[in-house]
Design a protein around this ligand. Structure first.
Ligand code: DAK
Length: 257
């Protein structure tokens, strides 16, 4: 069904998307990004999917946007043919998303990983925003989300000098949650996704939404936003079920309602 990605449903409840342009180190061409956007929307609409994992291969998560596809573009082309809708699709997705990263995770690839909710890395993962080497700067959050994650000093070095962080440095600077050996990083990401997918679906989606609002709102507004979502969850069957199950010392059976 897709040419540049592969999708798979993994029981119980995980949608897996593999970026699949291995010869080009998964360079994010417009066609690939359109397919990724469509796959994310499909998984997000599927009630059987409680978490999504995006991965590449051992050598590259993604080495950035496709340089060959944009080399001859002018500023007017970048404005009129702005592919931002396909790229931004990921920010509309309410299902929790994990990036399982190995190898090169550069430029738009790093920005894509940072657009996910959690990053799990292999020991060989390398994160960078090397756009400066091409005479440009990041254009999809690499100066903003990166700075929120790693702080100003490291972000400046990455954006201005093209510094690349290895997996340990990325974890040290809070870009990455976990590092695993190459052989197991994807399984570990899928395990974490399955754990999220096993939670009450509406609570998981609202938890994601509330945490993301921490980057958008001032504290007082964020606390109000959180409280409203918290209150709203008391309208769900799953809240009644979760609390009854605790009191009755049994496992809850979620209905997503
Ligand atoms: N684009 C196109 N092709 C790429 C590529 C890329 N980003 N990265 C690698 N490739 C291709 C290479 O051209 C090569 O193809 P052939 O020559 O075999 O045809 C093949 O992948 C293997 O790459 P190498 O031979 O270079 O492999 P090495 O192991 O020697 O080096 C490398 C690996 C990752 C260090 C190197 O390939 C490299 O430096 N790649 C470029 C990394 C980079 O500069 N990335 C940032 C790109 S700019 C936007 C959203 C996002 C963006 C822009 C706009 N909007 C929504 C508007 C993002 C911009 C970027 O990401």
């Amino acid at each position: 069904m897709y040419d540049f990605i592969k999708t798979e449903f993994i029981e119980p409840g995980v949608g897996l998307i593999r970026l699949n342009r291995p010869k080009e180190l998964n360079a994010l061409s417009p066609e690939l990004m359109a397919e990724l956007g469509a796959a994310l929307v499909d998984f997000d609409a599927d009630e059987a999917v409680g978490a999504i994992v995006i991965t590449g291969n051992e050598r590259a998560f993604a080495a950035g946007a496709d340089i060959k596809a944009m080399a001859n573009a002018g500023a007017i082309d970048m404005i009129l043919d702005d592919p931002i809708d396909d790229w931004s699709q990921i920010h509309q997705i309410t299902t929790p998303i994990i990036a399982a990263v190995s190898g090169h995770c550069l430029g738009g690839g790093c920005e894509l990983a940072m657009s996910c909710d959690i990053i799990v890395a292999s020991e060989s993962a390398r994160f960078g925003q090397p756009e400066i080497n091409l005479g440009i700067i990041p254009g999809f959050g690499g100066t903003q989300r990166l700075t929120h994650a790693v702080g100003k000093g490291i972000a400046m070095e990455m954006v201005l000098a093209g510094r690349v962080l290895d997996a340990e440095e990325a974890r040290h600077h809070d870009l990455v949650n976990h590092i695993y050996p190459l052989e197991t990083y994807l399984d570990e990401a899928l395990k974490l996704a399955a754990k999220i997918a096993a939670q009450a679906p509406l609570a998981a989606r609202m938890g994601k939404e509330a945490v993301n609002q921490a980057f958008e709102l001032r504290l007082a507004q964020g606390l109000t936003y959180e409280r409203r979502l918290f209150q709203m969850l008391f309208a769900t069957t799953d809240q009644k079920e979760g609390m009854a199950a605790f009191i009755e010392k049994r496992k809850p059976l979620w209905t997503g309602r």
